[in-house]
Design a protein around this ligand. Sequence first.
Ligand code: PLP
Length: 426
Amino acid sequence: MTTLDQVTSQEAIALEDKHGAHNYHPLPVVLKRGEGVYVWDVEDKKYYDFLSAYSAVNQGHCHPAIVNAMNKQAETLTLTSRAFHNNVLGQYEAYATEYFKFDKLLPMNTGAEAVETAIKIARKWAYEKKGVKEQDAQIIVCENNFHGRTTTIISFSNDEGARKNFGPYTPGFIKIPYDDPKALERALIENHNIAGFLVEPIQGEAGVYTPSDDFMKQAKALCNEHNVLFIADEIQTGIARTGALLAVCGNCTCEGHCERQETYSRPDILILGKALSGGAYPVSAVLADDEVMHVIKPGQHGSTFGGNPVAGAVAMAALDVVKDEKLAQNARKLGELFRAELNKFIEGSSIVKLVRGRGLLNAIVINDSEDSSTAWDICVALKENGLLAKPTHGNIIRFAPPLVMNEEQLLDCVSIITKTLRDFEK
Ligand SMILES: *Cc1c(COP(=O)(O)O)cnc(C)c1O
């Protein structure tokens, strides 16, 4: 038996294929080490990571401050369950609620769990505060959403692969088109049992669909008007990815978190995950003010690992990094540069239709049929040229490097990307 260190790419892939469930189709690269914006494969080839584990590694791979916090806590106390208190959880909750300016935080582990938590809170709020008749609460969601993989969440997905043969589905969801405030208003007028509107400020998995600038503001205003909770899933867009601490901060350019009314569409429920830990550990959270969060009483919701001390220590360190290293500002600046450079290329290109995104959450749309393998082939070629990215739905490639990248590295990446794309021009 080969040791962990000695396995080749081919062997590692063969082992997964033989012994692992086939629920993913990864790019054929086997990584063994990461540092900052770089990862290395088992043959020691170095790559730029242009996915960042779906925006979980915003702070860069193995950030020393995060790893130190994790190691220190792991040597001291890892898990108590919530049957007892631990000395980190309260400090973490105080830190994070001050950071994001909400009264309360409910700790979970994965993104999907946090979305489930938000759905449960919204339903309970509808019955106990809004006066909706029990069993009648509805939640409005958007077409082409991605909120995770649980049975309830896939019930309101319209990705056939994610849904088919996993029914019966959970009822209680109304789907409207994305970026369509008129449709939202119609749904709110037609139905008086609405608990919440669950929305991604930018649809990441769907292909980085970036709505019109005032969609969040209008959605928030409509929710207010109809006494409906505005629920933002910022698991992918949050924590500086889009050039602001949260995507619902809009085009606000302040560092850190302000509450400028004119730009900030403050959610009633904020859902975070992914980069909340900088990719070191599964940490997710739901934030809300007292009048919403207080509908959950002891024994009504929980998780064995949720709120464990390692998670708390890791999340505080990860959020410190975002602030200390001004990652939102960097994402905004480099994002503008990235789109400007790619637009220059696209002017003379027949293979790329457009680039879109905000901050360092971007995507290009390939000029080929949706079911062609062009995007996949381009990603394989990018890998050969030292940059890792992955197609999302159809012929779309997402580009989301760690936010600790510098300008020189970004321009190096632009040159790898444009050189690779040029080989695919017809
Ligand atoms: C990744 C993601 C989720 C699910 O998070 P998991 O940790 O994979 O369960 C939910 N919503 C959005 C917007 C995401 O990007």
